[in-house]
Write a protein that binds this ligand. Structure first.
Ligand code: PAF
Length: 282
């Protein structure tokens, strides 16, 4: 399996292959790969002749230095896991300098307000960092199709907006959330959960499913109040936000209408680990 750390070597390798007219799939990741990533990788392999997986912990999308420091970095294990899926995957695992050329700063973007909702409210500058790295990776890899998980639904929506606004010629494909058998959404952060928090964490998805059921007969406000109460005295989980939003604008719904599509979004602290999840409501 080929692993490139240098963008120039990667691009010259890819341009020779692309001359043959092969379609190129791309799965950008921050590593610490798990079955959720592998499901994106499999989908990309099924639909493209070539696949690049990038592994890069992007400093500019972290608003918390401690979170960046503690983010798991497991390149050797990641490469070995990818090898078990296909030896033809091309890995791009750059250094910070290969991406940022000595200027590790995020560009400022406008995503028509999508960036100020939910994660954008609680993680300042996060989506400028995501926009910067994803745009840069698209420029380097020049994929035909790029795959992103719906666990980060807001990120997926923002990347679609990035591509539209900057006229980047790539199809963005959203992939279903991959869950542990107990319902916990797979995340690279899950490996850091201490046993008691790991045991408690499936409560998040259980509550989302119950909220979905309630949304059939109750207002968004009532469902939000109910969810807030479920977490109020929880021993291990602290609710940061629960929001029912319109999937196009990501704005909190005040009054539901039949013509709109809604999703519930949640962010919860389990000790110092922040977990997010979401569910389609209608
Ligand atoms: O979802 C992620 O892992 C990251 O935000 C991404 C898209 C790889 C950009 O760093």
């Amino acid at each position: 399996m080929l692993v490139f750390a240098d963008k120039n070597k990667l691009t010259s390798h890819l341009s020779a292959l692309k001359e043959k007219g092969l379609s190129l799939g791309f799965v950008p990741t921050m590593g610490a790969l798990h079955e959720g990533h592998i499901s994106l990788v499999r989908q990309a392999l099924d639909n493209n002749s070539l696949l690049v997986v990038s592994i890069f912990v992007n400093p500019t999308q972290f608003d918390n230095a401690e979170d960046l420091k503690k983010y798991p970095r497991t390149l050797e294990d990641d490469v070995n896991l990818l090898k078990t899926v296909s030896k033809n995957i091309i890995v791009y695992a750059p250094t910070v300098d290969d991406i940022y050329n000595g200027n590790t700063k995020a560009q400022t973007f406008s995503f028509d307000g999508l960036e100020f909702e939910m994660e954008g409210r609680f993680r300042k500058g996060h989506f400028d960092g995501v926009g910067t790295i994803v745009k840069r990776l698209f420029e380097i890899v020049q994929p035909d199709n790029a795959y992103f998980g719906e666990k980060d639904f807001q990120q997926l929506t923002i990347i679609k907006k990035l591509v539209e606004k900057h006229k980047i010629p790539v199809n963005i494909i959203g992939c279903k959330i991959h869950r542990e058998s107990n319902g916990l959404a797979m995340s690279s952060r899950n490996v850091r959960l201490k046993p008691e928090y790991k045991k408690a964490a499936p409560f998040i998805y259980k509550t989302l499913k119950a909220a979905k059921q309630k949304f059939g007969t109750k207002s968004a406000n009532k469902v939000t109040e109910w969810v807030t109460k479920q977490f109020a005295n929880h021993d291990f989980l602290e609710l940061e936000y629960f929001i029912i939003a319109d999937i196009d604008t990501l704005k909190t719904v005040k009054r539901k209408t039949k013509t709109k599509t809604y999703r519930a979004f949640i962010a919860v602290y389990a000790d110092d680990i922040r977990l997010i999840d979401n569910i389609a409501l209608n």
